[in-house]
Design a binder for this molecule. Structure first.
Ligand code: PMP
Length: 445
């Protein structure tokens, strides 16, 4: 622990501040993605090594965001960096396929229960767009169902009701579809059906009543809204049974949750969807998306299929992402997952102990390499509970912890702590000490 502590060196942030001043002139609000925003200005990254990032001012920060859960080996893993460098000298992109895409597809087929065939894309968003087209083509139906509050990337259809507000969200058991952005056409929103997460009866009723319109149900089987709400296993089982019976495809969005085990969340829960969308860790730190599933459904993407879903893309399957992805995924053997699980458990146990020692309300959620600490005592079962909690003080509480942790050299996002393979027990002890200090300060003020 003392060794870890000596690696943290907090200095002033003049370089970051200066860059942000320039950024504000050329990027809206100074940013190129909303979730990077931090007050008063962000720290600009210079380089990373293992679970550490060094910013342009020389501050070292332990990284529990891992670029939204994609960097499962942290930064600059030698094997991944090496294959990227070598591939850059061989070929970066071309219309000709490379051996890497075959190897990565074979690896995914071998590990992920629902995956018989795969198509690659450049982001999780794109994977969900293509999944929507495939589901419509295969079933001949147009409507898509998702959980109220569910996130599936930036496709305007699937963005519906990601963050609805009480004035618009409608009845709890039959939620109204709310646009995520101004100007979204009502005709598009009419194609989206909202399901109330963890409400078995109401969800079953909607699916049964609208079975002849709904092509597919999308769900992230692990969590809603960055880990804050988890689907009950019984809810997932019900979805599997009902969709199968009603001729609706079940699509697991495992863009994030594939990191939960070697066979994804589906393998761990023992529930096999029809299609799986992937991203993040399968690209080894480079942009990627993937759609996998049953061969009869995936065959709608076949070159001579009829009816057929057209799919191409300039950088689709580029050998850089495929090489980094294959190398990174190959490193994730059972031992690597056992290590991630153990560090996650150490962190969650530590959080529970701190909470008990300080006698503060809170709950510790998560599983495997994904942990969440919420300074909130009430149970959160669905998006609406979460919304009320956020408005009632949880949002502020999370941000206070995030900023106090950053000041102590720990980078987190909205209560979430996303682990990586280079993290050791010492790194977790260091993080727990920072957490105890941060929470003590918040509760003494
Ligand atoms: N689905 C889920 C569950 C996600 O967590 C994300 C990204 N956070 C996406 C889809 C979108 O992926 P991308 O950012 O690569 O488009």
């Amino acid at each position: 622990m003392s060794q870890v502590k000596s690696e943290v060196d907090t200095r002033p942030s003049a370089q970051s501040e200066g860059l942000f001043e320039r950024a504000k002139r050329v990027l809206p609000s100074g940013y190129t993605r909303d979730l990077a925003a931090v007050k008063p200005f962000p720290r600009y990254a210079d380089h990373g090594e293992g679970c550490w990032i060094t910013d342009v001012d020389g501050n070292r920060i332990i990284d529990f965001v891992n670029n939204f859960a994609s960097q499962i080996h942290g930064h600059a893993h030698p094997a991944v960096a090496d294959v990227i460098a070598k591939q850059a000298y061989r070929i970066t992109s071309t219309i000709m396929p490379s051996d890497w895409e075959v190897k990565l597809a074979e690896l995914l087929r071998e590990r992920i229960p629902s995956v018989e065939q795969v198509r690659f894309m450049n982001s999780g968003t794109e994977a969900n767009i293509v999944a929507t087209k495939v589901a419509r083509c295969f079933t001949g139906k147009t409507k898509i169902a998702k959980m109220e509050g569910g996130y599936h990337g930036q496709y305007d259809l699937l963005e519906g009701s990601y963050q609805p507000t009480p004035d618009k969200w409608g009845p709890v058991e039959t939620p109204t579809t709310v646009a995520n952005n101004p100007g979204t056409p009502q005709s598009l929103l009419d194609e989206l059906v909202l399901l109330p997460l963890n409400n078995l009866g109401a969800t079953r009723d909607i699916l049964r009543a609208r079975a002849n319109e709904i092509a597919a149900v999308f769900i992230d089987p692990f969590r809603l809204q960055l880990g804050l709400v988890q689907p009950d296993p019984a809810f997932l089982e019900m979805l599997r049974e009902e969709t199968e019976r009603l001729g609706i495809l079940l699509i697991f969005d495992e863009v994030l949750s594939l990191r939960i085990s070697r066979s994804g969340t589906q393998g761990k829960r023992g529930i096999v969807p029809d299609l799986t969308t992937m991203g993040k860790i399968i690209g080894g730190g480079l942009p990627v998306g993937g759609l996998g599933g049953r061969e009869d459904i995936m065959s709608t993407l076949g070159v001579e299929a009829s009816p057929k879903v057209k799919h191409s893309g300039t950088f689709t399957g580029n050998p850089m992402s495929m090489a980094a992805g294959y190398t990174s995924m190959s490193l994730l053997d059972e031992a690597a997952f056992a290590g991630l699980d153990a560090r996650g458990e150490q962190l969650r146990e530590g959080f529970r102990k701190i909470q008990a020692d300080l006698g503060i309300p809170g709950q510790v959620l998560g599983e495997a390499s994904f942990s969440v600490f919420l300074p909130w005592g009430e149970p959160i079962r669905n998006y609406r509970d979460l919304f009320q909690a956020m408005r009632g003080g949880l949002g502020e509480g999370i941000l206070a912890i995030q900023s106090k942790l950053l000041a102590r050299g720990v980078l987190t996002l909205r209560g979430g702590f996303i682990g990586s393979t280079p993290m050791t027990a010492d790194h977790i002890d260091f993080t727990l000490a920072a957490m105890k200090d941060a929470l003590s300060e918040i509760h003494s003020s």
